[in-house]
Write a new protein. Structure first.
Length: 285
């Protein structure tokens, strides 16, 4: 049997166990552990995005997108009503999420939901239902103390966090301002090429910078002073990668614009492969 088939079969067998273990790790509390009902929010770029007919299907995996307050700046980025959408966390949402979900359906044996699930750390224990969590533009996130504690608990109990679409020195400083509070005692390190996350499904030894849609009019693959793509992470005490940091790249746009003929296929292809590896890793580690 080919190696890829063995890996996918193993991922399918372990998927339910991984999700169940994450739920069981949550503290005993009067709150529920069942996932919140699906709700679609208005996005910065999209509103009233059409729902697929099977959006209420119960599945093994759903694209969980972190809702978060952003630093108070301007417009949507400083929107104090972030819990109701049209805020920084909705960049690329939901088009990016659904394109990736469709790709994971086709490329793996995971039972994947067709729609995303926005997750609010303030919402009881809901985050513990999702073994893989994604956030965009984390150079501007601004978690409070309670959210930081919940986020830390989620990661230490087996959760996996992937962040993406932040660029350059300034946005890196904004990201680490919060991450250093989540894990003040754990360093952010470069993920070595030999790490299983780069080989669990696709061999991703040869990676390159993936630009956002701004490339279509600028012709530039980087933003600000973020000329070098960096794949970094935070590990737990057992060598499991808990946080996968995609700095100086825009994988979210590579999923969002995968059906746009002007956006180069090689960028969408790599962006989807990276995310798929990360998802399979999260479900099997």
């Amino acid at each position: 049997m080919p190696t890829r088939t063995v890996t996918l079969a193993l991922g399918c067998l372990l998927a339910i166990g991984a999700a169940w273990a994450l739920q069981m790790a949550a503290p005993f509390a009067p709150g529920h552990l069942a996932p919140r009902a699906y709700r679609q929010y208005p996005g910065v770029e999209y509103e009233n995005f059409p729902l697929p007919p099977d959006y209420q299907e119960k599945t093994e995996w759903a694209f969980a997108r972190l809702m978060y307050p952003a630093v108070p700046t301007y417009g949507f980025r400083g929107n104090p009503d972030w819990k109701n959408g049209a805020a920084n966390w909705t960049i690329d949402y939901p088009r990016s999420d659904r394109h990736l979900s469709e790709a994971v359906r086709r490329l793996t044996r995971l039972h994947v939901r067709s729609v995303e699930q926005p997750v609010d750390l303030d919402d009881a224990e809901d985050v513990f239902n999702y073994p893989w969590l994604y956030a965009v533009e984390v150079g501007y996130w601004n978690l409070n103390a309670a959210q930081i504690q919940k986020f830390r608990d989620y990661l230490l109990r087996g959760g996996f966090f992937m962040c993406d679409d932040f660029h350059g020195t300034r946005e890196w400083a904004g990201f680490t301002r919060i991450m250093s509070q989540v894990f003040p005692d754990r360093p952010i390190v470069d993920i070595p090429n030999a790490d299983p996350i780069f080989h669990v499904l696709y061999d991703l030894t040869d990676r390159y910078q993936v630009p956002g849609a701004q490339y279509l009019y600028s012709g530039r693959i980087y933003e600000y002073d973020g000329t070098e793509p960096r794949w970094r992470g935070v590990y737990d005490d057992h060598g499991r990668l808990m946080v996968a940091i995609c700095h100086n790249m825009d994988l979210g746009d590579s999923w969002e614009w995968a059906d746009e003929p002007r956006y180069p296929e090689k960028y969408s292809s790599l962006g989807i492969k990276i995310a798929t590896n990360y998802i399979v890793y999260a479900m099997t580690h």
